[in-house]
Design a protein around this ligand. Sequence first.
Ligand code: N01
Length: 562
Amino acid sequence: MPESSAAPTNVDALIIGAGFSGLYQLYCLRDRLGLSAQVLEAGDGVGGTWYWNRYPGARCDSESHSYSYYFSDELLEEWEWTERYPGQPEIMRYLNHVADRFDLKRDIRFGRRVTAARYDDAANRWHVETESGEHYTATWLITAVGCLSSANVPDIPGLESFAGAWYHTGQWPHEGVDFTGKRVGQVGTGSTGIQAAPVIAESAGHLTVFQRTANYSVPARNAPLSPEFKRYCHDRHDEIRAVIKDTPNGHPFRIAARKVFDFPAAERQEIYEKAWEKGGLQFRASFQDLLADKAANDTAADFLKGKIREVVKDPETAAALSDIDHPYAAKRPPIDTGYFEAFNRDNVSLVDVRRNPISHITPKGIVTADGTEHELDVIVFATGFDAMSGALLKLGIEGRDGLALKDAWRDGPKTYLGLQVAGFPNLFTITGPGSPSVLCNMPVPIEQHVEWITGCIAHMRDNRIERIEPEPESVEKWVAHVNDAANATLLPLAKHSWYLGANVPGKPRVFMPYAGGMKRYRDICDDVAAKGYEGFRLDGNDEKSAAVGDFAPAGSTDSPGI
Ligand code: N01
């Protein structure tokens, strides 16, 4: 790390990122523990993922009453969402409200992109440097950088020659993009592309969707919230909190305690029809064995493929859209507002780039392997993220003895509980690889991690413990457990999934999120803490943790995430 001339800013704790995680972590460390804490944020405002993802149609797939902090009753009482799913602008208003209400912005340094973070063993301090050359030091370094924040722009030959404009959905211009009358090409049909396409189609002259992997989608059925539902949320937030903390995915609904083949085909069909009419991610919760039993999953997959063929009028387009190569919900299942219907418009067409791959880009547009040049004015890359590990690796983190995180994770991310990495003392990774994170309604795992980290730091302070880091053996056992949990499900059957890192060329194929369920994970973390931080090495007094035991294998009724 280059030496900067100005004196460093010294604090107890540095937090990187001012999204859902960073805001709550700042509040906990500063206002609950009384530590000096600062947040370094690359953007010019709070919001994290939502600050950057301003693409057309950007909206949360979690229902608004669960996509909230639950740590403060006052906050729950005073905030009122307007729609079933919150749109990006409303989430930004919410996070700004939280930041202002708890007076957080005075300890957030905006426009500070972290470029290096080095651990000084002798002084037991983290030294952190920003792009602008500022220098900070801290005892604890906490990453709150989000799981889906490192944009994946595909390396397509000729992109630099394109004469039109191109954008990645995760780095969307704040002033918006005017598509009126333009020929737009959208690459990618994940959750983002499925949200964006129908909105872009409304104003574009023509929209060409380049689809590599066909995808399932269930209608979101977004709508304004009724006064009755708003009242229910206010009156019953204790009950809602209890549900989101108790379910495997942190959603405000329970997974139905029934199995697919306990019902005759006609009854199953009725159950799916009702779930389709209700809309949203709850479709996945129709049966408890949908992600554990391939034959059970096939029934849901067939139902959803049938819906695509029913909605999309052109048989060739319908066939390409429903030619799906993975079990339902083995990739993160999207929900949509008029996605398949958009293909019935005269100004929307589909190019199947699995059969006919993109070969290169010219000044005029995208050329596919068959030699067709699709002439375009704008290209929208809805091509996702270098998920979970990408944003962490960009921070330039070096632990003890100069060990670079990118070297420690050469074969894929390895953590204990998704919270800490061996060789990186006092570094905590909120919703890091190996934690349930993206398989859940995100505020739930975020609050759990922030509270666990806060409890751990309080324990260290109260017991004069200077350093905490996992024993290498605990990391090994946890990584094996994360793999076992994934292998107990159908999730690894989706070969092109970002859960596996398969969307980024050259990225090691490792199943990154913990699929054993949020409730089970919370219990494991609580148990580890109750046993004196079992599996961690605690230095600075005489305390040394016991070695971690084995984690019981995930049972088939522990329905994994969505
Ligand atoms: O990204 P994705 P996303 N050539 O990786 C394709 C969350 N999210 O931004 O599947 C051609 O899912 C790629 O094809 P393939 C949510 O967790 C949340 O859509 O790799 N195509 C795929 O179709 C979600 O899962 C909300 O074969 C290429 C698409 O691009 C996560 O973010 C809303 C390609 C990328 O899909 C990521 O979703 C939106 C190439 N070179 C998203 N490279 C909420 O509601 C990639 N693709 C909270």
